[in-house]
Write a protein that binds this ligand. Structure first.
Ligand code: SF4
Length: 275
């Protein structure tokens, strides 16, 4: 049965890049996460590591706190939690990589920031033809190379490719949120034994922004209409919901937990982390 207009309106959540990206990757993954409220019992170490690095940089730009000190405190605190490490990862390895990356940042990159305008700035954009706002948080707005620059920090096993930077929806959203900035930069902290910090600068044309807004309209309609299906691909290998999709109930019970429903909260109000 088709939803009424009022039901469709209620079903559209505040839209964020991470929420939309989950739907684009696999609508069934979105459903299991936001509507069934399933979560892994053990969080991925890479995700937690990224969040700790983010926090270290945030505290540095907000309070001038030594990022190495923040990293050590937070990452040591993570040692007592059972995290999911990939074959190549361990708490110790990530600890060494984090220290090396932040040391390199302090030695070579920190002086490039001439003036700080905003740290972790939240935005909320109303878009015509989309019933819910687009929300998110900008890592940093700073003066860089004489230009007002929106900076997004990333940690990853690899650098971003040129096409990733040119086509990133996240950077298009940020351009819509802060049209006054002169350039957008991605600063990638590459998790290698020999640390690498790579900068990419990019811009968005009005045509690219219009194209993205059309996509946003389509996605929000599909989410409101509960258009869910399994989008199978190589990403399933890393999906925490694979045991559900393959019918492995024993493993699903061992690895997943369902969040309780909070009174007054609809599934649309649950937000995922953008790490
Ligand atoms: S295992 Fe694959 S099909 Fe199933 S939810 Fe995850 S990404 Fe989607």
């Amino acid at each position: 049965m088709k939803p009424t207009n009022s039901e469709r309106h209620d079903r559209i959540p505040n839209l964020s890049h991470s929420r939309l990206q989950k739907y684009i990757t696999c609508p069934e993954q979105y459903r299991l996460y936001y509507l069934e409220r399933l979560r892994p019992k053990r969080e991925a170490a890479a995700r937690v590591f990224g969040a700790v690095m983010h926090l270290a940089l945030e505290e540095y730009f907000r309070k001038e706190r030594d990022p190495l000190a923040t990293f050590r405190t937070e990452w040591n605190g993570c040692r007592e939690f059972e995290l999911r490490y990939s074959q190549r990862e361990s708490w110790q390895k990530l600890s060494e990589i984090g220290e090396a990356l932040l040391g390199k940042f302090l030695a070579e990159e920190a002086r490039k920031f001439e003036q700080i305008f905003a740290v972790e700035a939240q935005f909320h954009i109303g878009v015509s033809n989309v019933a819910a706002p687009l929300i998110g948080t900008l890592d940093l707005i700073a003066q860089l190379e004489g230009k007002k620059t929106l900076v997004e920090f990333k940690t990853g096993a690899n650098d971003w490719g040129e096409h990733d930077v040119l086509l990133s929806d996240q950077l298009t959203i940020y351009g819509l949120a802060e049209p006054e900035v002169e350039q957008t930069a991605i600063c990638v902290f590459v998790k290698k034994r020999v640390p690498e910090i790579v900068w990419h600068f990019t811009e968005r044309t009005p045509g690219q922004q219009v194209e993205y807004l059309r996509k946003l309209e389509i996605l929000s309609q599909h989410i409101a209409d509960h258009v869910f299906y399994k989008r199978v691909g190589f990403w399933c290998r890393q999906c925490e919901f694979l045991p559900v999709c393959t019918g492995n109930e024993k493993k699903a019970k061992e690895t997943l937990v369902r969040l309780p429903t909070v009174r007054g909260e609809t599934p649309c109000m649950i937000e995922g982390g953008d790490l």
